[in-house]
Design a binder for this molecule. Structure first.
Ligand SMILES: [Zn+2]
Length: 442
């Protein structure tokens, strides 16, 4: 069966971005089989079922290359005691309690809610970083089940660290990596590591060994705060990136998250090893940790993607945060107009391809049928040359009407088809007080 999403403004993205007014995208199975003017495609695929997209822009689904589904139930929670005054206190007082307080059903609900928000925001591929030291075993299976029910793509890992119990999460991460194997294009696995400052040499060596055996990369926070750099230099006599590289944690399949406080030599080493970096501008501003040296990374041709770090599942808002942050930080209104969209629209698809073996992020024949269809009536001409202006100042505030992933319609007319949002949110509100109570006693 073929479905034709027609009469919208199709923006293909990819190297040869085309904007096709009254265009059509024809989908069969999990892939795109036709793209072009709607009148032509109607003749080519007369049997295709038609879905009218007039008044809408049809884009490839968005990709988030660093998320934390488990952070969901912290929303609206009061944190006892004095406000955290630095990054390590934020971890100790908030996140390292949130993750410990999660039990079985909380893990599922904590994933389902951001998955709903992904679909609502047209985000069809996510790379997640999970922690639940109160119940590590089987936690990634619970998330996998939620992801498959939602219908999007996700790469999963467990955040190994020595902060609670030495090597917490190694067994769960290894089991899941072996279970997923090469993956099916929908679920992938990485070796998750918290950060250098909570990982002993022994744990790092074990984890990287497992990752290398299985041919997967490592997904690790790097120099998010100055404390991570200082810890590595003080304890191990070398910068964080050099320490991780010494154990073999770098490479094209690995993701170094944040890289706010790395120096020029560390940047050179990331470039030399082909390691990916993920920038999370909203999170960095929220934690007041500093500004990633984005342009220095890009000048070295480092593959820098864009993540939300659990702040949101709306990737256009993350793109705009990157755009605004780097203009202000550089006090230069000439920068970031090209770079912020590049992270989301060019680099995230490249990172996704390295993880999933399929390349979303472009509407082209043979590519995955992952689409975000947004309500948008352009107030001025919209074409290939001025698309980024519409993206940063218009589409960023537009509402997603229809989301498609692997050829399946997950939301249509703003109605979720794969998940019961009302029931899931109600159940989460029921569970949250007990979870908050457990957390307060930690
Ligand atoms: Zn993170």
């Amino acid at each position: 069966m073929k479905t034709s999403f027609e009469n919208g403004i199709v923006v293909t993205l990819g190297q040869n971005n085309q904007v096709i007014w009254k265009g059509a995208v024809v989908v069969e199975g999990e892939n795109i089989v036709g793209i072009g003017p709607a009148t032509e495609l109607r003749k080519r695929f007369p049997e295709a079922e038609s879905i009218d997209c007039s008044g809408k822009v049809v884009l490839p689904g968005f990709i988030c290359t660093h998320h934390h589904f488990y952070s969901t139930m912290a929303r609206g929670m009061a944190i006892p005691g004095e406000p955290a005054s630095n990054f390590v206190e934020i971890l100790e007082r908030l996140w390292w309690k949130v993750d410990r307080a999660l039990l079985e059903e909380d893990i599922t609900l904590s994933a389902q809610i951001p998955l709903i928000e992904c679909i609502r925001n047209g985000t069809t591929t996510v790379i997640d970083h999970h922690a639940s030291p109160g119940m590590p075993d089987g936690s990634l299976d619970l998330i996998e089940t939620a992801v498959r029910q939602a219908g999007i793509r996700a790469s999963l890992c467990y955040e190994v660290s020595d902060r609670n119990v030495m090597g917490d999460g190694i067994a769960e991460n290894e089991r899941f990596i072996r279970k997923i194997g090469k993956g099916d294009g929908q679920i992938a696995a990485l070796m998750g590591l918290h950060a250098s400052f909570t990982l002993s040499d022994k744990t790092l060596e074990t984890c990287v060994g497992i990752a290398q055996d299985a041919g997967v990369g490592c997904h690790v926070h790097v120099a998010e705060d100055r404390a991570d750099e200082e810890d590595s230099r003080d304890k191990y006599g070398m910068p964080v990136v050099h320490r991780l590289n010494k154990f073999g944690a770098s490479g094209p399949k690995s993701l170094f998250i944040h890289c706010v406080h790395i120096d020029e030599e560390e940047m050179d080493l990331i470039a030399a090893t082909g390691t990916g970096v993920v920038h999370n501008p909203e999170s960095n501003m929220n934690n007041a940790v500093g500004v990633t040296p984005l342009f220095k990374l890009l000048q070295r041709n480092i593959l820098v993607g864009l993540g939300s770090d659990g702040m949101s599942s709306d990737m256009l808002s993350q793109m705009r945060a990157a755009y605004l942050l780097h203009r202000l930080a550089n006090r230069d209104p000439r920068v970031a107009f090209l770079e912020a969209p590049k992270l989301l629209l060019e680099n995230n698809p490249e990172i996704a391809e390295r993880q999933f073996g399929v390349r979303p992020g472009e509407i082209a024949e043979g590519r995955p049928a992952d689409l975000a269809i947004m309500d948008y009536q352009p107030p001025t001409a919209l074409n290939e040359t001025n698309f980024l202006g519409h993206l940063i100042f218009g589409l960023v505030d537009a509402t997603v009407d229809t989301t498609v992933c692997k050829g399946k319609i997950l939301m249509q007319g703003k109605k979720l088809l794969s998940m019961d949002e009302e029931r899931i949110a109600a159940r989460s509100r029921e569970r949250a007080p007990q979870m908050w109570q457990r957390l307060a006693s930690l």
